[in-house]
Design a protein around this ligand. Sequence first.
Ligand code: ADP
Ligand code: TRP
Length: 325
Amino acid sequence: MGIGKKLLLSGVKPTGRPHIGNYFGAMKQFVALQSEYDSIFFIADYHALTTLHDPVKLAEYTLGVALDYLAIGLDPKRALIFKQSDIPAHTELAWIFNCITAMPYLLRGHAYKDAEAKNEEVTVGTFDYPMLMAADILLYDTDVVPVGQDQKQHLEFARDTAEKFNRLFGETFKLPEPHIVSEVAAVPGLDGRKMSKSYDNTIPLFADDDEIERLVMSIVTDSKGEREPKDPAADTVFALHRLVSAGQLDELKKRYEEGTIGYKESKEILAENMKKFAAPLREKRRELEEKPEYAKDALAQGAEVARKKSEEKMKEVRRKVGVAL
Ligand code: ADP
Ligand code: TRP
């Protein structure tokens, strides 16, 4: 890790296959950030356990995230990569935070309120999710956390918790700042809503060519005929062109506005470009999948470094709260 660089930390929950919204909205930016910051990217498997109770799937998704990130270019030599459950300090510190946090304060959590509003059975883990996340962040003296809209409140909880601890037990934790990820407009899904696993409208990042073709051809458009002028700003196909058809954008825009391209042709071009974009990533992931020891070793080595760092911090924390004799 470099000298004098700020520390950036982010966690990703292993809950399924990543889609191109995840890639352009978050993953791709992590790859760029690893050169700018000292970086920690970890897999939040204990956060996933709050809602995922299938051990085969949890293990598969966890290794899957490691493969995904290595495939897109996160480099274990530059960034610290590990999984949360390998570092006992995360849950230990979360417990300490539980003991200084008021119930009514956590009742304000969006994620908890949403789960309750949906009449889901809310586990204690879901309720307590923000405290584990605060521990993830504060353990490593993190300077910045890249956050999208949905995670802003969690970062506020982490800052409040750091302040509360510092007030009670003396200056111990740094207050993390949000790193606002460059404003990527939300990537739309097949039905025009925001692409999301929960809407089942995604194009998986590592889809094969047939799947890409089938999904792209199923994108919902309006019913304008081939020769009618079209508004590129109102079309999902065009929004996806922006991500993968850089060299052809001006021409496509012109043809949309003039009414010299139909949605079918536009989709065919998109499918071709999407396949070209996905192929090298998919190839890289397939290579990594064939030798999973590489990813597992990377996680194990990352965990060793993270354990040392976190243990140093925990020594101080245990002393400050009075459990170290
Ligand atoms: P999902 O909605 O599919 O469950 P997550 O909530 O797990 O996705 O998101 C993981 C990361 O990907 C977050 O940083 C989020 O901001 C980003 N992301 C998810 N969907 C999109 C999208 N459609 N456009 C841009 N970024 C997205
Ligand atoms: N809650 C985050 C999400 O759902 C995942 C996460 C867990 C995280 N711990 C973190 C993100 C710490 C940033 C920092 O996407």
